[in-house]
Design a protein around this ligand. Sequence first.
Ligand SMILES: Cc1cc2nc3c(=O)[nH]c(=O)nc-3n(C[C@H](O)[C@H](O)[C@H](O)COP(=O)(O)O)c2cc1C
Length: 450
Amino acid sequence: MSLVVGVGLRSGTPYAELAAAVEAAVQDLPGEIRLLVTLTGRESEPALQQLANDLHVELRTFTAAELSSQPAPTPSRQVADLKNTPSVAEAAVLATGAELLLPKQKTHNTTVSVGRRAPAGGYEKQDREVVQRVIAERRDVRRGFLDVPIDVDALMRVLEAAHRAPSVGLSQPWDFLLIRDVATRRKVHELAARQRDAFARSLPEQRRQKFDGLKIEAILDTPLNIAVTCDPGRGGRHVLGRHADPRTTWFSAAIAIQNLWLAARAEGIGVGWVSFFGPDEVADVLGLPPHIELVGYLCVGYVDQFAPAPELIRFGWAERRPLSWAIHHDTWGHRDTSIVDDAGHAARNAVRATGQRIHVIIGGDPTDLHHQESLVIDLGPTRPDHDFGVLWRPARTPEEAEEYGVEIARDLALQGAGHLDVQLAADEPRAKALAEGLRTGAAACGLTYS
Ligand SMILES: Cc1cc2nc3c(=O)[nH]c(=O)nc-3n(C[C@H](O)[C@H](O)[C@H](O)COP(=O)(O)O)c2cc1C
């Protein structure tokens, strides 16, 4: 509980008396003191200043006029005559919007009252709608860039937004490399083109045809590229919150990019994130020192429009997962409805089957990945080295394996699968249950199964 303490005190009140009065007032109340409040003018009292310092809390004041309008339950005529308000301690608590928990307690020189702070409160409806709108209308943009230079003030506002991002231990590990030079961008473009070709070669035929129609970058179509980097060591050894999980540094840089993206949308500036590079490929071209890593490479410029939906959805490449699939309660897998029962409703999520065939090998190993259509599901206890093509699903029970099966089928359907061709390469209950889950998920999403 967040407590607010209202204080009235005479000039020269000893610190010990005030501190003891406050301690006695809050001793039976759970929670911590978050705010001290008093009458304007009293904030210069040394005892009150010291108490605020010791508690590390704000000391806020209200004028006599503000206090006298509060419905304090224990008014005093004497205080009214002296201070032009019938209550200080209780009225100050009420003036913050807090609920009064403890009426005025008196000592020789002080009065103390305690309240529970109200929630800080959100924005008005129209402001909330603006926030939701910019989130919904942010787009990854790769087409329709205009040959218009970016307004310098707008760019600074966008970078300011990025730079306000939260970061682990306030380490602010990002830097923003603004790339306008065409020769540099050509080199980056060549790297992306090479990776594009490599990705295309890795795709099954049908998927490759679809990929050919997609635009994956706008490096040369935009007036500005921004490389957002991360310095994983920034802040030294004792960065608060990073010691247990160093990945938090990269998370911080990624959040800065999201801030940038949202602020740019509000300015009418399109941003497209290109990740068709190996982690170190761009470093040379941009002259990054070895300790600086690229997190995001962004193509930035004014655009003729922001599409209403992601390009990958509009071009039939992938679909969104419904929010309900992503929500679990308290421990993993506790969803509002069982995923297996819920699978029957999956089709209504407008999953668009494309006919892509996937050969799912349950309990296989990476040597089975000789064909582009293959997907190995590894049920073993240790994480496999392979990233692409091997799904690690170390199900703890057959029931869990069945759920994984449903989930895999649904997620494959969202990535354009049309048919699941399932092979059992392990003879154990979890493998069979996973196959059953795949069958259920496939049926729910309109995939064929064999
Ligand atoms: C980390 C990351 C890397 C991405 N890399 C690329 C990319 O290389 N090429 C591309 O066309 N889109 C890329 N995107 C954009 C996504 O395809 C896009 O965010 C997604 O389809 C959703 O569309 P929306 O951003 O318009 O909502 C990337 C997005 C993220 C977050």
